[in-house]
Design a protein around this ligand. Structure first.
Ligand SMILES: [Zn+2]
Length: 198
């Protein structure tokens, strides 16, 4: 995954934020189980921290890993209560990492309860259903489907689909309007038509 800034919302998601400040006052939302690339299951403690310069940063700590807490997303503080903003940002993170990570289970409450967690996930599911309805009508999606290629909608996007890369156990993206694919993992790109012939 590369650093992504969503222009409209100003949310930045990355694996490459610097380390957390040692004095950072973490507030824990909750902990959840998360599946990584359908391979490994880990328990994640989800927290947030507010920086001196007015950002809310979402922080993950992988339990049982020699991994200090790390920042996974951030956006400017808004007028919402911090816990609400942190939950919303977590929803954006879960949506944006679909295909790489999958939340499988609620473990322990923190400042947020299981109901808050479920509300975020229900919102994402409703969004995913709306996306699915959109894509089912899209000619490129239909073409992929009849070629036996399973495409997943990237939530909230009416332009991008995600498919399994034919070269390995990872995902790549299809830009539907241009009918092109890009694999960040393989550093390759090409035409969707060629993909369906292979
Ligand atoms: Zn690839």
């Amino acid at each position: 995954m590369i650093t992504t800034t969503i222009q409209e919302t100003g949310i930045t998601m990355s694996r490459h934020f610097g380390p957390l400040h040692p004095d950072a006052q973490l507030k824990t939302l909750f902990s959840v189980d998360m599946e990584i690339q359908a391979i490994e299951l880990v328990t994640i403690e989800v927290s947030w921290v507010v920086t001196d310069d007015g950002y809310l940063q979402l922080v993950h700590r992988v339990m049982d890993w020699p991994d200090t807490p790390h920042i996974v997303a951030q956006e400017r503080l808004n007028d919402l209560p911090e816990v609400t903003q942190a939950l919303q940002l977590w929803g954006v993170y879960v949506r944006g990492t679909k295909g790489f990570y999958r939340i499988t289970r609620f473990c322990h409450p923190g400042v947020a309860q299981k109901e808050d967690y479920e509300q975020v996930l229900q919102g994402l599911e409703a969004e995913a259903r709306a996306d699915q309805e959109f894509w089912e009508q899209h000619p490129l999606y239909q073409k992929l489907k009849s070629a036996g290629i399973h495409a997943i909608s990237v939530s909230g996007s009416k332009r991008v689909l995600m498919v399994k890369c034919p070269r390995g156990n990872h995902h790549m993206y299809i830009e539907a309007d241009k009918a092109t694919w890009t694999c960040g993992y393989c550093c390759k790109r090409g035409e969707v038509n060629a993909l369906m012939q292979s």
